[in-house]
Design a binder for this molecule. Structure first.
Ligand SMILES: CC(C)(COP(=O)(O)OP(=O)(O)OC[C@H]1O[C@@H](n2cnc3c(N)ncnc32)[C@H](O)[C@@H]1OP(=O)(O)O)[C@@H](O)C(=O)NCCC(=O)NCCS
Length: 188
């Protein structure tokens, strides 16, 4: 995958990304705003295992953000299952040295369009801790709407936090399911 956006490139991870990914991801300020499954400390071995996994996933759903000197962040989708099979959860992070330059707003906007073009999705959503106004802003500027505040939904770093649910919906593009024509899904 090779998806240019304003300011950078979203691309498939490569084995040579492990050093830069580990360097950028090994940051408590990143860990504080993501799930605990994101390792901290984040080692080269964690990066290698991640690259192995995401480059063998089919379909490929997790990618690197490259600003011209290697992978310095990540963006991806968790495709949902069962009755949520036409939904996906968006996730992303960027090395702290690159924050505040509009990079993730541009990346999320471009990647959201790509995701709707590429996968059979009616809905993409993101979950953001109340302590992360920058990520809330990214989603708002990328066209996501605030759907709700999930009270006391998260336990992170010894604290219970609220979480915001943002989503963008899309008319269904499911030719194999003609009954979707009548689905009550408003374009966002
Ligand atoms: C959240 C994150 C992705 C933002 O990336 P970024 O490239 O710095 O974001 P952008 O520069 O595109 O936009 C950030 C916006 O938040 C705003 N912002 C930043 N800090 C803020 C704060 N403390 N309060 C309010 N707004 C804030 C910026 O002003 C900007 O908004 P603007 O474009 O209207 O001025 C990045 O900080 C990150 O990777 N954090 C750690 C991982 C993470 O939080 N991932 C998402 C989990 S839901």
């Amino acid at each position: 995958m090779h998806l240019p956006f304003s300011g950078g490139l979203i691309r498939s991870c490569q084995p040579g990304d492990s050093d830069s990914l580990a360097r950028e991801a090994d940051n408590r300020n990143i860990w504080l705003t993501v799930r605990d499954r994101f390792p901290h400390p984040y080692t080269r071995a964690h990066a290698e295992a991640w690259i192995d996994r995401v480059t063998s996933d089919r379909p490929e759903t997790h990618f690197a953000i490259d600003l011209g000197a290697g992978a310095v962040g990540g963006i991806g989708l968790e495709l949902q299952k069962d009755v949520s099979r036409y939904s996906a959860e968006l996730g992303y992070w960027l090395g702290q040295a690159h924050w505040g330059r509009g990079i993730m707003t541009a990346a999320v906007s471009r990647f959201t369009a790509y995701a709707f073009e590429t996968f059979d999705l009616c809905r993409i959503y993101g979950l953001v801790f109340e302590t992360n106004p920058a990520s809330q802003r990214v989603l708002e500027r990328a066209g996501y709407a605030l759907e709700g505040r999930l009270r006391r939904a998260v336990y992170k770093d010894g604290r219970i936090l609220d979480q915001f649910l943002y989503a963008v919906s899309h008319p269904p593009r499911l030719p194999h399911l003609p009954s979707c024509e009548g689905m009550d899904i408003a374009p966002s």
